[in-house]
Design a protein around this ligand. Structure first.
Ligand code: C2E
Ligand code: CA
Ligand code: CA
Length: 557
């Protein structure tokens, strides 16, 4: 067992053992050092050894007199340095004669302090240095290699890979990420011990497959391995071999591999692995081993996304984001009547033309820009509601989409209330659409937050209902005012001419005593069927596409 550096501190002080048979020497050293260190003393070699055995995990240093009764210092030193569990503790030898300095340094002492002792500052400086050196060494060996696999850990992996590149600038290299499908499931099912066995076996097989050629291997995260190696066309075969070999630990384990071939060395090393990761991420959980290679299509997507992020600030300040409105119709009466609208954002980009939100919303959700965009859309929507209120008789609520990321903002309700107040509208004018999957991800926190919004008076529509797998018994407890059925769900009902599920979902809304809203309604057939099933509200191309504000006004006249 080696010490970890953190365990060496007791009450914020490191501990030093002073082993010397002369009382006066022990007293002088204790006096010199006790303001900074916890001091333990021993009068002879055997006593010192007992203390080392019982305190091995907390000793930062041993000050060792060479000539002592029962066991001499040199003998003790060689015992310490030959035992794995103690060899990491630095030893400074206390001695009068120069001959034994050399012998003790050769036996493993870190340094020596001559007797009579030099000035306090000199003694302390030597002690500091010996401790520091040994702790640095400890930190390095703790972090350089992964405990489970013996492969490099992340930081060292990058360092070695960079060093390799430096001396081989013209060699073609591949960046590869290898991972285990559904590792969490395996962990659940087979337990930690078996999974650790799996990881260490996998690491061994990686060595076998890759270390014949030049390769640097790393165990990155629990189920992920990074490989930086000479370019080869054989990754597929290697993967099959590895997969075959680990089958004896847990059978049927599937591996995935993302490869960035012949890396561009102008890119930082980490970014080369970002590319391998993108290839890797394209592989959904699946039931066969799979390999995915970074290609132009992925590159194009990255560049596109980079451009969107770079252009975001300008787009906000130049108002390139435009809010469209799509009407919702109440179909419970003889004639459909407009009963509300949904605000949907578009990006009128000067070079890329109109970009649909499906391309930038998930991106901005992942990097946090969504907060600024949502604020913008909510403001524009509230301003439009206010404007229409002044010019038309008809008063309809407009819903805005609340991105999943927003649900983690404890200040969400205040932001929305401010927007309502600043624009001089009412809370009941601004409905909120919250996607079903948001409720599923961290349900109790989200439910609290939604309850809070409702208590302030906001009307909550659960969006994309039917896509998020919320369990039926949970639905009864969810705070909602309307159910918006997922579009794909409706589509498949009509495609397969199987209305049963659709009827059930509408019944669920009925049970919850909230209206059902169907979106994505494109045909008269769909409209009539939904009406017959008791669906109250409808949104879709059948009535209108989302429209810019001025065109939407037609519905209000
Ligand atoms: P969503 O909230 O489910 O919005 C419905 C989507 O269906 C909209 O796509 C709408 O244009 C489209 N749609 C409406 N009727 C029909 C129809 O009859 N047929 C078909 N095929 N599609 C129809 P859009 O505008 O592209 O928005 C996509 C998603 O982006 C939205 O899905 C929403 O999740 C998100 N989104 C849009 N605007 C915003 C926004 O301002 N903030 C946030 N956070 N998300 C937004
Ligand atoms: Ca929506
Ligand atoms: Ca929806």
């Amino acid at each position: 067992m080696t010490n970890t550096v953190a365990s060496l501190f007791k009450n914020g002080k490191r501990t030093i053992l002073v082993a010397d048979d002369e009382f006066i020497n022990r007293a002088i050293l204790s006096e010199m050092l006790q303001d900074e260190y916890d001091i333990i003393t021993a009068e002879n070699g055997e006593e010192a050894y007992d203390i080392i055995q019982s305190h091995s995990k907390t000793l930062s240093l041993i000050l060792l007199d060479l000539i002592m009764p029962k066991m001499g210092g040199l003998e003790l030193l060689s015992v310490i340095k030959n035992r794995n569990e103690y060899s990491g503790i630095p030893v400074i030898v206390l001695t009068t004669d120069q001959e034994s300095e050399v012998v003790s340094l050769n036996t493993g002492a870190s340094d020596f302090i001559p007797k009579p002792y030099p000035r306090q500052s000199v003694v302390k400086a030597r002690i500091h240095r010996a401790i520091e050196l040994s702790e640095d060494r400890q930190i390095i060996s703790d972090t350089q290699n992964d405990v489970i696999t013996g492969l490099y850990t992340g930081e060292y992996f990058y360092e070695y890979a960079e060093a390799y590149d430096k001396y081989h600038p013209d060699t073609d290299m591949d960046a590869v990420i290898l991972g285990i499908s559904n590792y969490n499931v395996l962990l659940e099912r087979y337990g930690k011990e078996k999974c650790i066995q799996l990881l260490s076996m996998l690491a061994n097989e990686l060595r076998k497959q890759y270390l014949n050629e030049i390769a640097i291997l790393c165990h990155k995260e629990m189920d992920l391995f990074f490989i930086y190696c000479h370019h080869t066309a054989d990754h597929d075969e290697k993967l099959q071999e590895i997969s075959h070999s680990i089958d004896c630990v847990i059978s049927g384990v599937k591996l995935k591999m993302g490869i960035y071939k012949q890396v561009d060395k102008n890119l930082e090393l980490r970014n080369r692995f970002v590319r391998a990761r993108m290839a890797y991420n394209k592989l959904q959980d699946n039931y066969v081993n799979e390999v995915s290679v970074f290609d132009d299509e992925i590159l194009k997507k990255i560049l596109f996304e980079e451009q969107l992020c770079a252009d975001f600030k300008t787009a906000i300040s130049e108002e390139q984001f435009v809010v469209y409105f799509q009407p919702k119709f109440d179909i419970t009466g003889n004639e459909p009547v407009i009963a509300g609208a949904e605000a949907l954002v578009r990006w009128c980009h000067p070079e890329l033309e109109m970009i649909s939100p499906g391309l930038f919303i998930p991106l901005f959700e992942s990097n946090g820009l969504i907060y600024e965009l949502d604020d913008y859309v909510w403001h524009k929507t509230a301003a439009a509601i206010k404007d229409w209120r002044g010019r038309f008789d008809k008063k309809i609520p407009v819903s805005v989409n609340i991105s999943r990321a927003e649900m983690y903002d404890p200040n969400l309700a205040n932001r929305l209330i401010n927007i309502v107040e600043e624009n001089g509208i009412e809370i009941s004018d601004l409905h909120l659409e919250i996607t079903e999957s948001a409720y599923v991800s961290d349900s109790s926190m989200i439910i609290d937050r939604v309850n809070n919004l409702r208590s302030k008076g906001f009307f909550i529509e659960m969006d994309d209902f039917g896509s998020g797998y919320s369990s039926l018994n949970m639905i009864g407890e969810l705070p909602i005012d309307a159910l918006k059925l997922d579009m794909l769900f409706i589509r498949s009902a009509f495609k397969n001419q199987n209305m049963k599920m659709l009827d059930i979902v509408i019944d669920i809304a009925d049970c919850l005593e909230v209206p059902a809203i169907a979106e994505g309604v494109e045909t008269e057939e769909q409209y009539l069927k939904l009406k017959e099933s008791g669906c109250e509200l409808i949104q879709g191309y059948y009535f209108s596409k989302p429209l810019p504000g001025d065109e939407f006004e037609g519905f209000l006249r």
